[in-house]
Design a protein around this ligand. Structure first.
Ligand SMILES: [Zn+2]
Length: 308
């Protein structure tokens, strides 16, 4: 039997992507203007309630990138083990107390609580589910039903079994819990798609990418994603760093496969479907696949049985 090694398009085993949250139009624009000329792609995780322009504007603005659901209103879900008391008065100038929920100006089912970073908003289970589904409907209306196949928890994965089950029931192909592995996995593809994390953020982007770039080829498909907000680059004065990153690592299609998060996961799934025998290699999937067969670069079109 011949030896089969998977590759991404371009016959590389390194994918490169980003995962950028929150639909911040001003800074997403600067981000896109930097990465797009270098062919770098990734996924924007959008809060539809922050998108106050017409649908067509966003289709054009995010064209060529992936889209995922980051909820409307960006709330925390109330954790199963949260024993905070509910106080029946509007949040305002109360003294700092991290164990009290006050009423949110957003209305019924929303609460405010002090955190280390100031006031934050929580939604009860019913409202939280609304935040997910209302965001999903708007994003699907804008970008098409099949396009919005990922979910990204606001803040991070919440300890709420009912909400976790609800998100699972919606059939997302991937769910990001939070981020920044830095990188403890040797850049393996995430083994749990329902709780995956990105590898680097703006402040250590170059450092982690250099590690990725110099990691020896181990014959398996690898994954590098950086996050997590376009405004992080503004806050930390890192736009030039992003530009240097794009210049150094962009436009190298035989070294990196530039794809959205969904595309990378879908490709990795498709590669697992390849069927190799002594005489044939079959690609039963809808994707064109790239492999090395005894070191020979081979392209297998969708739904094809290749004599070897
Ligand atoms: Zn967010």
């Amino acid at each position: 039997m011949k030896k089969l090694l998977p590759a991404y398009p371009g016959f590389t085993r390194r994918a490169l992507t980003f995962t950028i949250d929150d639909a911040n139009l001003k800074y997403d624009k600067i981000f896109i203007d930097i990465v797009r000329p270098y062919g770098i792609r990734g996924t924007f995780n959008l809060c539809a309630d922050r998108m106050d322009r017409e649908d067509g504007f966003y289709r054009e603005f995010y064209n060529g990138f992936g889209i995922a659901n980051h909820t409307n209103n960006h709330p925390y879900a109330i954790a199963d083990n949260d024993r905070s008391e509910f106080v029946n008065e509007p949040a305002g100038n109360q003294p700092v107390d991290t164990d009290l929920f006050y009423l949110s100006p957003r209305g019924e089912g929303y609460y405010m609580k002090h955190t280390q970073r100031g006031w934050r908003e929580w939604a009860d289970d019913e409202r939280y589910m609304d935040c997910v589904t209302s965001c999903q409907s708007r994003l699907e209306r804008i970008f098409g039903r099949e396009t919005v196949n990922g979910f990204v928890w606001p803040y991070c994965e919440q300890n709420n079994a009912k909400i976790k089950a609800f998100i699972k029931s919606l059939g997302f192909g991937s769910v990001r819990k939070t981020g920044d592995l830095l990188d403890t996995t040797d850049f393996a593809l995430p083994d749990d798609r329902m709780a995956w994390s990105y590898n680097a953020h703006n402040t250590n982007l170059m450092e982690v990418m250099e590690k990725y770039d110099s990691a020896p080829d181990n014959g398996s498909l690898r994954f590098f994603a950086f996050g997590v907000h376009s405004w992080d680059f503004e806050r930390d004065g890192d736009w030039e760093k992003l530009a240097a990153f794009a210049k150094k690592y962009g436009n190298r299609p035989t070294d990196y496969w530039y794809a959205t998060v969904d595309e990378i996961f879908a490709y990795a799934d498709a590669v697992k479907e390849l069927k190799l025998t002594d005489k044939t290699l079959e690609n039963p999937t809808e994707l064109t696949l790239y492999v090395e067969l005894d070191g020979v670069k081979t392209v297998i079109p969708p739904k094809t049985l290749l004599p070897i």
